[in-house]
Unconditional design. Structure first.
Length: 195
């Protein structure tokens, strides 16, 4: 007979639904400047779904997460390097594209560097399935492939992104995908980690 230690059913791990790939109207919840591992200045954008069936998707997951290492989903974070002298052209293009899409999605808004004034601003995002490898395990994500103008998402004028998957033949497969439960209770600003 196995001696079973006591346990509480409320301590069971919750598995969260993954956002389906597709096009979404999103909103910026928080933005801050940080330094990258390479020493470049970048902005970290925490965002969520702003409209439709999946509105507040990541905020609801955050609110319902009871684990000790609770944090805002990495899938709902975007890193954007601030262009610097001599940087690769794609860095300048990504920066210009993101802010042009924010400005064109928010009538009359012009980005002038004020982080607080970006909160609540909408943009369109085309999401794709991605995989990452860590310690020989493959993890599934839904992440932004590129941004677009929010109205183009509403009008269905965006193309689908190709998935970015890992060749499993070269890695020991131990796939951990998030499935199952997602709360739909309302979330307030006080529920979020940066407030």
């Amino acid at each position: 007979m196995i001696k079973v230690p006591s346990y509480n059913k409320n301590d069971r791990k919750k598995h969260f639904e993954r956002l389906p790939k597709g096009a979404y109207v999103c909103k910026i919840l928080h933005l801050e400047e940080k330094e990258s591992k390479k020493g470049n200045q970048m902005i970290v954008i925490n965002w969520d779904i702003a409209e439709g069936e999946y509105k507040d998707f990541y905020a609801n997951q955050y609110k319902e997460n009871t684990s000790e290492d609770k944090h805002w989903s990495y899938d709902a974070m975007m890193y954007l390097t601030i262009p610097y002298e001599g940087c690769q052209p794609f860095i300048t293009e990504q920066w210009a594209t993101f802010w042009a899409n924010i400005e064109d999605s928010n009538n009359g808004y012009v980005f002038a560097g004020d982080e607080k004034k970006t909160e609540g601003k909408t943009f369109g995002a085309v999401m794709r399935n991605e995989q990452t490898e860590y310690n020989g395990n493959i993890y599934d994500h839904t992440r932004i492939a590129w941004t677009v103008v929010a109205q183009d998402v509403r009008d269905g004028k965006v193309k689908e992104a190709s998935d970015k998957l890992i060749d499993t033949g070269s890695i020991n497969s131990g796939t951990a995908s998030a499935e199952g439960f997602m709360a739909t209770s309302p979330v307030t600003a006080e529920d979020l980690p940066w407030k």
